[in-house]
Design a protein around this ligand. Sequence first.
Ligand code: PNS
Length: 162
Amino acid sequence: MATVAVYPGSFDPLTNGHVDIITRGARLFDRIIVAILVNAEKSPLFSMAERIEIARAVFKNHPNVEIDTFDGLLVDYVARRKANVIVRGLRAVSDFEYEFQMALMNRELASTIETVFMMPAVQYSYISSRLIKEVFSLGGRVHGLVPELVEARLRDKQTAKV
Ligand code: PNS
């Protein structure tokens, strides 16, 4: 039986930490579906169409990486996609409590779906989408922390504002 994993999140925007986890997941599982949550935030910086386009462009040479969207309960989406694993990245101890609660709640809801935690490379262990947006909006450098396409799109958004 093929092992299909779902890697859910907001990806607003995709960071090199996410890219690292997806790349590792693509080596470990037969297929990994990057599932972008619809309506996670009322006013995301990147529209859903942009987030899909960016992720598809970054993983265009990875045939076993699929980009999709979902809403509603994650476990329902995972079952619908006939997947058996939820992948979540763990950066630091501070992530653990929230992730632990989610993993056990998801197990309560769907006992056959297993959550697998993966650690990103250490150089990405402090990166979050929230910090990327904050640092960039205040004039800080995010080069090397996000895919080049994300950096370019951040610049476009800044230019469009002035
Ligand atoms: O990486 P993020 O943006 O914090 O992802 C959070 C996400 C999408 C994994 C979580 O919010 C989620 O699963 N939402 C879907 C609704 C759901 O199933 N909630 C119960 C989770 S225990």
